[in-house]
Design a protein around this ligand. Structure first.
Ligand code: GUN
Length: 293
């Protein structure tokens, strides 16, 4: 079998076009959705993500109140900025790009963001609501994965999904979203403490690879016809590229595409969906603030 490649770039464009239409409708009522993306320092991957997010904001017709701060910004300065943005009613969403420099306590920063403006869905109030199935901002990457499965018409009910990774941003939330009644997967979560990972992954109908390491999933671990969602973004040196690197995922794409039924490429799979769902959440934050829908 040769897998159908899931075009995350195209699906993300469709989601973003839908958001842009609703933004235009909201603007006609005098409300322009506004997001503040905060970047501290110059981590190259973070700079690239923030650039992509800001470009998407402009294309959706939203206001960009982003702040690019130097590496030596203190925790107090960052908390003061968040406090200011929390109180500013023209700002609907606040996102602090992670990871933060080591001298800043990430948990403290996430907790400082007003849950109503937490479009990343990282604040414990939103995490808690997500866990118990209440309306909340869903974290963008896991939500994007669910949208990809739905838009591709992939059957999920009763299927065995194996998630590799237990991060707060991807592994944990995607495990819970896949187990929701409307998705209805049986979910196994693997992590660095898992002993027989290859045996477990081989049983999967749906594999979500979010280990953060290249080639975590090899073709011998993939059941014929499985759906493979690759969340990895690993930079590896490549002298043929102007940038000096290229991106690869957490799976052995070339070999697995001969066995899987569906597979996401890297780049162009899950990544663009993260940005699309951020636009979706920012629109929702503005609609909530305006009490319209
Ligand atoms: N770093 C990696 N992914 C994300 C994300 O979705 N949001 C934020 N704020 N930082 C990240």
């Amino acid at each position: 079998m040769s897998a159908q490649i899931i075009d995350g770039k195209q699906i993300a464009l469709e989601v973003r076009a839908g958001v842009a239409e609703k933004v235009a409708a909201l603007k006609a009522k005098g409300i322009t959705p506004c997001l503040a993306v905060i970047l501290v320092g110059e981590n190259p991957a973070s700079v690239s993500y923030v650039t992509g997010k800001r470009k998407a904001l402009a294309e959706a017709g939203m206001t960009d109140r982003s702040e690019i701060l130097p590496e030596n910004t203190t925790e107090e300065e960052l908390l003061a900025l968040i406090d200011k943005l929390n109180k500013d009613s023209s700002v609907h969403g606040i996102l602090v790009q992670l990871p933060l420099p080591k001298h800043i306590d990430e948990d403290k920063v996430i907790m400082a963001i007003s849950p109503e403006k937490d479009v990343d869905g990282f604040h414990p109030v939103n995490v808690g609501k997500m866990v118990i199935g209440k309306k909340a901002f869903l974290p963008c990457t896991p939500h994007g994965i669910i949208v990809l499965l739905k838009r591709m018409g992939i059957e999920t009910s009763g299927k065995h999904a194996v998630v590799i990774g237990r991060s707060n941003i991807v592994g944990k939330p995607v495990t819970l979203l896949l187990a929701r009644r409307e998705i209805n997967c049986t979910v196994t979560m693997c992590h660095t403490g898992t002993k027989n990972m290859a045996e477990i992954v081989k049983q999967a109908d749906i594999i979500v690879a979010a280990s953060g390491h290249p080639h975590t999933v090899t073709a011998d671990m993939v059941k014929e016809g499985a759906v493979v969602i690759d969340v990895g973004v690993n930079r590896i040196p490549d002298a043929t590229k102007k940038s000096g690197f290229r991106l690869i995922g957490d799976t052995d794409f070339e070999a697995i595409k001969e066995k899987a039924s569906f597979i996401t490429p890297v780049p162009g799979g899950v990544g663009p969906m993260t940005i699309a769902m951020l636009m979706y959440n920012t629109l929702e934050a503005a609609e909530n603030a305006a009490d319209v829908k």
